[in-house]
Design a protein around this ligand. Structure first.
Ligand code: SAH
Ligand code: SF4
Ligand code: F3S
Length: 485
């Protein structure tokens, strides 16, 4: 089987590495005569992880993949709906496929993922060339839907499930470096942050059986992987009770007998001390000290937390329905610093949310100055249809003001990142090697536990090795040094 896929992978619809766009990946040798799939992913790591489920289901059904959409029988875009521009990118991309249909009228074009779920059949009406629309909980139905589309019918399945976790589907690792693997531990989201479309596109929150998570981590380790990232929209609310029941429907005894997120972290950490464990995303309202204590307890759980704050103003946080205040967030930061000394921290921020004043914005600026995040993903507010904010509030901050505020915090973060990175100079860092550096095959790159990229001369070292690097200089976001024995 041959698996190619192109990626536009990023943490949350933001590009981590521009060079990954449009890249193709081969896994095994090609099976002659099979149908060819072209699969391109947009959005967050969870969506990327879903593409690995899609590839697995379709390879079991005789598909091979291609990096050239012009020769594909089936073209799938796994889409994101988080901001308007995420959807615009997909619409533009669809135009490219008109050429395929001209060349091969039998070729099928499918839209999967969050944009499919949000727009449903409307997408087919607006984009005539789309033959399939498939939501994130309907991927097991893909082989049937493809057959239906091959028979000339428009095929759609956007049913959201309360149980589906694809626990038994072994993902086909797409574009992986063979070192870092991603494991979805839950799906959906039960929070109703007023700006966010995810609860509508991903449905109710459900946790996956810890046994299948641990088995997947073990399998990855045996295949040579040395780091797993556990994925969920709000990992702190992970809870496995056996029957898939939600916390509010469980008795106190049942909750005590369930697997919590911190317990799951320990189970995965115990797979092997040489397997690094990361997780994303933590939610400030739900992140408890027992999770932090578990990170501190196991050296292979990385000292790094992605804790999106969104805004530094308690008034805006309330309107966002985030369930915490500025003070609560600062208290959680204090807990991290107390329990996990030397912990890397990153965040997400939105500028120009409904009614945001200069004073609110200044509170975000002052929070950033106080905390000095190592890294931040920053966005200007994009109103999403059907969300609470769209129904209740006016999107009244002019685009020019949103952009100006965004530019200001991006610049502040650039300075902060520089300061935080420089603190690593003159120190020895434990680095898991991920591959060659971007600039040269004479240099290797990896990350320290705090998630900062470290670059150093290759010597005799290779991908998957752990090395100690003495850092002697840095750029804004990269540490540079040499391996020490
Ligand atoms: N579950 C995660 C975030 C998922 S979405 C959490 O709760 O933090 C990723 C990020 O996209 C969010 O943290 C937010 O900063 C940003 N985002 C979500 N909806 C947005 C919108 N409508 N406009 C701008 N940014 C948005
Ligand atoms: Fe969206 Fe909030 Fe859920 Fe994150 S926690 S996915 S921001 S609703
Ligand atoms: Fe992820 Fe985008 Fe969906 S951020 S959950 S792919 S809306």
């Amino acid at each position: 089987m041959r698996i190619f896929a192109t990626l536009q992978m990023n943490q949350n619809e933001k590009i981590i590495d521009e060079s990954m766009q449009g890249q193709a990946f081969t896994l095994e040798s090609e099976k002659p005569g099979s149908k060819k799939l072209f699969l391109e992913s947009y959005g967050c790591q969870m969506n990327f992880s879903d593409s690995e489920i899609v590839a697995s289901i379709l390879s079991d059904n005789g598909f091979t993949t291609t990096e050239n959409f012009l020769e594909a029988d089936v073209i799938f875009l796994n889409t994101c709906a988080i901001r308007e521009n995420a959807e615009l990118r997909v619409r533009n991309r669809l135009n490219d496929f008109k050429r395929v249909k001209k060349k091969n009228p039998k070729a099928l074009v499918g839209v999967l993922g969050c944009m499919a779920e949000r727009l449903k059949s409307q997408l087919m009406e607006e984009e005539r060339l789309v033959d399939l629309v498939v939501g994130p909980d309907a991927y097991r139905d893909l082989p049937n839907l493809i057959e239906e589309a091959e028979d000339g019918h428009k095929a759609i399945n956007v049913i959201l499930s309360k149980e589906e976790t694809y626990a038994d589907v072994t993902p086909v690792r797409l574009g992986s470096n063979g070192v870092n693997g991603y494991i979805s531990i839950m799906r959906g989201c039960d929070n109703m942050c007023s700006f966010c479309v995810v609860p509508f596109t991903r449905g109710r929150e459900r946790s996956r059986d810890p046994k299948s998570i641990v088995a997947e981590a073990k399998d990855l380790f045996e295949k040579g992987y040395r780091e797993v990232t556990l994925l969920g929209q709000n990992v702190d609310s992970y809870l496995w009770s056996g029957g898939g029941l939600k916390k509010e429907n469980l008795t106190t005894e049942q909750i005590a007998a369930s697997t919590s997120f911190s317990q799951l972290l320990e189970l995965v950490a115990l797979v092997n001390p040489l397997l690094r464990v990361r997780f994303s995303t933590s939610h400030p309202k739900d992140m408890t000290d027992d999770v932090l204590e578990m990170v501190a307890k196991h050296p292979n759980i990385c000292n790094y937390i992605h804790l999106p704050v969104q805004s530094g103003s308690s008034r805006i946080l309330e309107m966002m329905n985030r369930g915490y205040t500025r003070e609560w967030y600062l208290d959680r930061m204090a807990a991290i610093n107390r329990i996990i000394p030397n912990c890397g921290i990153s965040t997400d921020l939105i500028t120009g949310f409904c009614s945001e004043t200069d004073e609110d914005h200044e509170e975000t600026v002052s929070l950033m100055k106080t905390i000095q995040f190592d890294y931040a993903y920053m966005f200007s507010y994009s109103e999403r249809p059907k969300t609470l904010a769209e129904r209740k509030f006016e999107d009244d901050v002019p685009e020019a003001v949103k952009s100006k505020r965004l530019a200001q915090i991006v610049e502040l973060q650039r300075i902060n990142s520089g300061i935080k990175t420089a603190l690593g100079v003159g120190k020895i860092h434990e680095v898991l090697i991920e591959g060659f550096s971007k600039k040269s095959e004479e240099m290797l790159m990896g990350r320290n536990p705090q998630n900062t990229v470290v670059v150093f001369p290759k010597e005799q070292y290779k991908k998957g090795d752990y090395v100690n690097v003495m850092v002697d200089r840095c750029t804004t976001s990269t540490l540079i040094g040499k391996v020490v024995k």
